[in-house]
Design a protein. Structure first.
Length: 255
């Protein structure tokens, strides 16, 4: 008996080095704040009145000025911080009076729950990992995706009741009639451009609670809603590529 070579092929084996990079949620925060702000881009008021003057001013302001990202203990603390902000003062028409309302604050708590595999959003196995290569087509990393549940608060502050109502209705109705509820948040991970998917899981049933400041502190009308967002978490894992040569042989009977 003798062996006869049938085929020869190379297999690329990616050996993990142990180094890794993980994505954060800053891009998701920004995407959600921008999404809330864009709800007012096409808002219009056809019958102007004293009661809706502040709302008209709000929808006419630049999109970047409508929503503030941050987390504060209460609305009084938030407003005081806003007044101290030089950036906010620069946006107002009267820098000496930086008490311009209304404003919307979007914040994320640190409550984070990672989803189990039954949600079918996790990468099912190593073969499904995204392989990242350099300019010479040499793999240097794999990227896996899992999913986390995040909690966001949308807080609306206004100086008038009607303004607060119009802001609440704009956001509530926009979520209710939204054609899609997913956002893409671009990030850079392992030196490559990628994106995190963020999906509102309960936005159609959004509910606002009255959190207006007591009389005697700051006469501010405020309402807050809590939303759950399902967001991607990506991990890039460094690898060393190693080629393994395989040979397929068969036994041949000698004459």
């Amino acid at each position: 008996m003798m062996e006869q070579l049938l085929s020869r092929f190379n297999e690329l084996n990616l050996e993990p080095t142990g180094e890794f990079e993980v994505s954060g949620f800053q891009a998701v925060d920004g995407a959600i704040a921008a999404y809330i702000s864009r709800m007012f881009d096409k808002a219009r008021v056809n019958t102007k009145s004293f009661e809706n003057a502040s709302y008209i001013r709000f929808i006419g302001s630049p999109a970047a000025n409508r929503v503030v990202l941050g987390k504060f203990d209460d609305i009084v603390d938030f407003l005081k911080s806003l007044r101290r902000s030089d950036a906010w003062k620069a946006k107002t028409e009267k820098p000496k009076n930086p008490q311009v309302l209304p404003v919307i604050n979007v914040s994320r708590s640190f409550d984070t729950a990672f989803m189990g595999i039954e949600h079918k959003r996790d990468t099912p196995g190593p073969l499904e990992l995204e392989v990242v290569s350099d300019g010479d087509d040499k793999p240097y990393s794999t990227i896996g995706t899992t999913n986390a549940s995040l909690t966001y608060s949308i807080t609306i502050l206004a100086a008038e009741k009607e303004t607060l109502s119009l802001l609440i209705n704009t956001i509530g109705a926009s979520f209710r009639f939204a054609g899609h509820r997913s956002l893409s948040a671009p990030i850079k991970l392992a030196l490559v451009e990628t994106a995190l998917d963020a999906t509102f899981t309960d936005s159609r049933d959004i509910a606002f609670n009255d959190i207006s400041a007591p009389i005697g502190e700051e006469r501010i009308f405020a309402a807050q809603a809590v939303l759950t967002v399902s967001a991607d978490v990506k991990m890039a894992m460094a690898v060393n590529p190693r080629k393994i040569r395989h040979e397929v042989v068969t036994a041949v009977k000698e004459d």
